[in-house]
Design a protein around this ligand. Structure first.
Ligand SMILES: Nc1nc2c(ncn2[C@@H]2O[C@H](COP(=O)(O)OP(=O)(O)O)[C@@H](O)[C@H]2O)c(=O)[nH]1
Ligand SMILES: [Mg+2]
Length: 468
């Protein structure tokens, strides 16, 4: 694997790039950004000559091939290296809409820039040392955030909250290696040989912090797409009605007839700013007809991935064997311990014959709910938050990893730290054991982007939008 740049990349990274950085559509203004060594020359060619650094100037922008003005714009030059990208950067605020920003971009391209690739501004910011890789990812997270909770975390990462935490872990790893190296080089110094307690202390802190970051990681990942919350239960149990109450408007088909929800319907809802991806599925039953059968397959495919299962049963009706089996299946599956029993239609309990079933199912949390009377919603929201985000909510300011890439790097680092401890306990020579610590350090450096490969950068930046 090649570290950092290939020759072609080096050349590509010297191009001057341009893109419309605002979203398409009707709007008062649009922002076109131009970055690279030729920015000033390009600015001169399109009528934006002699721009004062970091001061917005109202100018007429011309097409370099003549034919009159394109727009009146506000142009600001941010000279490198103190700009977003670390290069000379020109920001042009033009009028918005479908046409004008495109004409401005055309003029800039005609003057010698090339169209920017997705994420290329931030990639350059990273390559020029303006941000580390975690901050670059946080930029994308902030743009994509659909929930206040993710936006909050992304902003924290943008301000190096996570980076500082990882750097401190890296410093501890290096300290441990220094202690070992000192012991190897000067085994008979005055202080005597390395005090194992000192190394132990560093290793304990390190392992604890890695553990802490990994413990909250599943919640961090859930923040990106929402905790997958599958509403399950027999036909007519009140699933779609529950879905509608949670979504807050009529979206699923609610029907008197069993089996009308033919496929899954999804909606992302925010509970106190935390995202849940709600799925309404067809009822689970084995004597299903064809159409219902499709829905059941959908339900099962979701269930294997579900973080939470809201299992609906009409209040007062005892769970039959199949339902009980299903629930015990859930609690041994992925959504382990995350099933919530929803006793539905509580407004109708008097109608029912008898036998209010109060038998607790294991220690499943349960809620009595009525979509008609609007009862149980508050309790249900609490249970949802508890099931998906309890760790995060109790440690709001803790840096949180939000991506698979982060989790993998931290898990690898943890394995390396464990490898070191095993080697040390087995009495291996310290310089051999310490190679595990070097590996762990490398994992964290990759996480920060201190060392990286082009492949990794391509993977990180390809998910960005053009203009970022
Ligand atoms: N009285 C009462 N009826 C309800 C309640 N929730 C749902 N229903 C009715 O029960 C039937 C089935 O509801 P639905 O949400 O479609 O169930 P699904 O098949 O599980 O999706 C419909 O006639 C609903 O109007 C409730 O809280 N109270
Ligand atoms: Mg339904």
């Amino acid at each position: 694997m090649s570290l950092r740049s290939r020759p072609t990349d080096a050349k590509r990274n010297r191009d001057t790039i341009a893109a419309i950085s605002t979203a398409a559509g009707r709007g008062a203004i649009a922002v076109i950004r131009v970055s690279g060594p030729d920015v000033r020359a390009i600015a001169d060619t399109i009528g934006l000559n002699d721009l004062e650094a970091r001061r917005a100037s109202l100018r007429r922008l011309d097409h370099p091939d003549g034919g009159g003005g394109v727009d009146r714009v506000l142009a600001t030059l941010f000279p490198g290296p103190g700009s977003y990208t670390g290069e000379d950067l020109l920001e042009i605020s033009s009028h918005g809409g479908a046409l004008v920003p495109q004409l401005v971009l055309d003029a800039v391209l005609a003057a010698g820039a090339r169209p920017a690739e997705p994420g290329e501004y931030t990639r350059r910011a990273y390559l020029n040392g303006r941000v580390d890789l975690l901050q670059a990812e946080a930029t994308a997270d902030l743009i994509e955030a659909a929930s206040p909770a993710l936006a909050h975390i992304a902003l924290q990462h943008l301000e190096r909250g996570l980076s500082r935490r990882i750097e401190s872990l890296r410093a501890q790893l290096i300290e441990a290696q220094a202690l070992i190296a000192y012991d190897i080089d000067f085994p008979d110094e005055d202080d005597g040989p390395l005090d194992p307690a000192r190394l132990d202390a560093v290793m304990v802190t390190l392992a604890g912090e890695l553990e802490g970051l990994l413990a909250l990681a599943p919640e961090g990942e859930m923040l990106r797409e929402g905790a997958l919350t599958v509403i399950a239960g027999r036909p007519n149990a009140g699933k779609s009605s529950l879905f509608n109450v949670l979504v807050g408007f009529e979206r699923a088909i609610v029907t008197e007839h069993p089996g009308t929800t033919r496929d899954a319907i999804e909606a992302v809802v925010g509970v106190e700013g935390y995202p849940f991806r709600l799925v309404d599925t067809a009822g689970l039953r084995d004597e299903a007809g064809d159409i219902e059968g499709i829905g059941i397959e959908v339900a099962r495919s979701y269930l294997s991935r579900a973080e939470i299962v809201l299992f609906c049963v009409e209040d007062g009706r005892p769970l039959d064997r199949e339902e009980q089996e299903f629930l015990s299946g859930v609690s041994t599956g992925r959504a382990s311990g995350r099933a919530i029993l929803v006793r539905t239609k509580t407004d109708r309990v008097e109608d029912r014959a008898s036998g209010n079933d109060r038998s607790a199912i294991g220690d499943l949390p349960e809620v009595r709910f009525s979509s008609v009377a609007g009862a149980g919603v508050t309790r249900l929201r609490e249970l949802l938050l508890e099931a998906a985000y309890s760790g995060l909510r109790s440690e709001v300011e803790a840096p949180l990893v939000t991506r698979r890439r982060h989790v993998r790097a931290l898990e690898d680092a943890r394995a390396d730290v464990e490898g070191f401890e095993t080697a040390r306990t087995a009495g291996l020579p310290p310089e051999i054991a310490a190679t595990h610590l070097q590996d762990a350090t490398l994992r964290l450096e990759e996480l920060l982007g201190v060392v990286t490969t082009e492949d990794l950068l391509d993977a990180v930046f390809s998910s960005f939008c053009v203009g970022k």
